[in-house]
Design a protein around this ligand. Structure first.
Ligand SMILES: *Cc1c(COP(=O)(O)O)cnc(C)c1O
Length: 475
């Protein structure tokens, strides 16, 4: 399998080449040249593999279609060591919970940091260690986080050979639980940098450091952001696993609702569906930051300015633009790289928006690709958390609540609905208390985490200071 850029660049690359890269050289995102098709016999075989051999074996089947520059035996070892009951808490790895008749939650957040990002990041940690060792190289991951991404990256990379993590976060602005999760890591290769500022300041620093090409080369700076194809690929697997649990035969269809921000999670659903997984509808659920809902309703994609980007109680979906959305638009426009370049490279940087409402392709988003969308705001979130707890005795987090709220607006009789549970409530305790008047359940392994010693460097929002810190810790 070769990979190409969504903006039409002529290069074709191997999986391991794009693994350690961010954007393509023309600013596009990487996608496989085609989506391998999973026929009925293969789907039946995978169903049996997941049932009899487990999630890691299913992951190996999916990855083998996309990765041909890692020997099969090595890839198998990587899958087996990534998706274990010890790390993810259950044998199924992503168990379904039926809330009511054929309305399910798929648990993606029982990994080390209690959010779905572990599903992909844990794989990335093992792939990075493998590939860096093979090349005899090192990598320093520099990132900015407002919570989930940074902790998932740190728990995936801790103790890994050849990798260091430098993670900036806005000082004092993450939830106490999230701060405790990140800052209590004592591994020598993990560095927390708390910036006196907001999340945007952190992101600006990461950009400024990455734009200093000499520094970037000298210190081998890389990222683990959500546009990485390997992260997306990892996420494809749990759409299959969810489908197999909710159905008995391949004649059945299911729908998924996905709490969405950067469009990474639901884009993996698009890939699974494009491979032939029998999916009826893929519902993107947004919070107050409704960039995606607006597009699927109107055909207009409009990036928000920072004044227009809301801080919400489902903070991991607080986005001003959806970084992975370009991948879907590439498929929607018949993989026309020149048009994607005109829209994402030119129109967005000039006007901050583009409009496909008059384009015949726009209606394909719903009719051919099965997309739908909806929006949920703070009051919906509170009501949904309360309702789910009172009627089913199940506590859900704020992001999952956005999903449940929107899923109910897209139910079709006879079609099971699977809502992806993207985090556990303990990560967003303040809103749970507001909705339920009681503290969320806490998994035993996180008892007393706030009281642990913390390893964090507090710093002014100063690019040079961050560079000095990185340089000092790279020797
Ligand atoms: C990252 C995240 C999301 C959004 O996922 P995208 O892939 O960016 O759409 C939703 N919920 C939680 C809890 C997250 O951490």
């Amino acid at each position: 399998m070769k990979y190409l850029s969504t903006r039409g660049h002529a290069d074709r690359k191997q999986f391991c080449e794009i693994l350690l890269e961010g954007l393509a050289p023309d600013g596009g995102l990487y996608l496989p040249e085609h989506y391998p098709q999973v026929d009925d016999a293969t789907l039946a075989k995978w169903r049996a593999i997941y049932r009899d051999q487990g999630y890691a074996a299913l992951a190996f089947e999916v990855f083998s279609l996309y990765i041909d520059d890692i020997p099969a035996a090595d890839l198998k070892v990587i899958c087996d060591k990534t998706y274990t009951e010890a790390v993810f808490g259950t044998k199924e790895i992503v168990p379904l919970k039926e809330l009511e008749d054929r309305f399910y939650l798929e648990a993606l957040s029982n990994g080390p940091t209690l959010a779905f990002k572990d599903m992909a990041m844990q794989l990335l940690g093992n792939l990075f260690e493998y590939e860096l060792a093979r090349r005899g190289e090192e990598l320093n991951i520099l990132g900015a986080t407002s919570g989930d991404t940074g902790s998932a990256a740190e728990y995936a990379m801790r103790g890994k050979k050849g990798v260091r993590v430098f993670m900036t976060s806005p000082y004092g602005r993450m939830s106490p639980f999230q701060q405790a999760q990140m800052f209590s890591l004592m591994d020598a290769n993990i560095h927390n940098i708390a910036i006196e500022g907001v999340f945007d300041d952190c992101q600006d620093i990461v950009k400024a450091v990455s734009n200093d090409l000499d520094f970037k080369r000298k210190y081998k700076i890389g990222t683990v952001n959500s546009i990485n194809w390997a992260r997306l690929l990892a996420q494809v697997v749990y759409y299959f696993a969810g489908y197999f649990q909710a159905t008995r035969t391949n004649a059945e269809k299911v729908s998924f609702t996905v709490p969405s921000g950067n469009f990474g999670n639901v884009c993996a659903g698009h890939v699974a569906r494009s491979m032939g997984l029998p999916v009826e509808t893929l519902v993107a659920a947004t919070n107050e930051n409704d960039v995606l809902d607006e597009f699927f309703r109107t055909g207009v994609y409009r990036v928000r300015g920072s004044a227009d980007t809301h801080e919400t109680s489902s903070p991991s979906m607080d986005i001003s633009k959806a970084s992975n959305f370009e991948r879907f638009v590439f498929d929607l426009l018949g993989r026309d790289g020149d048009r994607v370049k005109a829209l994402f490279g030119d129109a967005l940087s000039k006007d901050g928006r583009f409009d496909l409402s008059a384009d015949p392709a726009f209606k394909d988003a719903a009719t051919h690709y099965g997309f739908a969308s909806g929006k949920s705001i703070h009051a919906n979130r509170l009501a949904t958390i309360k309702d789910t707890f009172e009627r089913f005795g199940v506590m859900i987090d704020t992001h999952t609540a956005d999903g449940v709220k929107v899923a109910r607006e897209h139910l079709r009789s006879g079609v099971p609905m699977i809502v992806l549970e993207t985090a556990l409530p303990i990560k967003f305790a303040e809103t749970i208390v507001e909705a339920l008047g009681c503290e969320p359940d806490r998994p035993a392994k996180f008892e007393g985490i706030e009281a642990l010693p913390k390893r964090v460097q507090v710093m002014a929002a100063d690019v040079e200071a961050v560079k000095r810190f990185i340089a000092q810790h790279c020797d």
